[in-house]
Ligand binder design. Structure first.
Ligand code: ZN
Length: 80
């Protein structure tokens, strides 16, 4: 069962990850979406959309920033 406790966590942009493609969607813009082959590309598209259409929200850009930091850390751990 999912409990929604933090209502402030409303997410504007979501990435819908399937086995072959990544679909970036915006909760406020049903006409906008972006279908990409890699997560990095979908993240870029989402960031660009947020910046252009929702400059007041930095949520997605913040999430992408930390996700990319984590990926870099993991890549570094694999090398060592
Ligand atoms: Zn939007």
């Amino acid at each position: 069962m999912k409990t929604k406790t933090r209502t402030s966590d409303r997410r504007l942009i979501e990435l819908d990850v399937s086995s072959t493609t990544i679909l970036a969607l915006c909760a406020e813009c049903p006409h906008w979406y972006s279908l990409r082959l890699t997560k990095e590309e979908a993240e870029m598209e989402g960031c660009t959309h947020e910046e252009r259409c929702h400059p007041e929200s930095k949520d997605f850009r913040r999430r992408v920033y930390f996700a990319q930091l984590k990926r870099k850390e993991r890549a570094r751990e694999r090398k060592e």
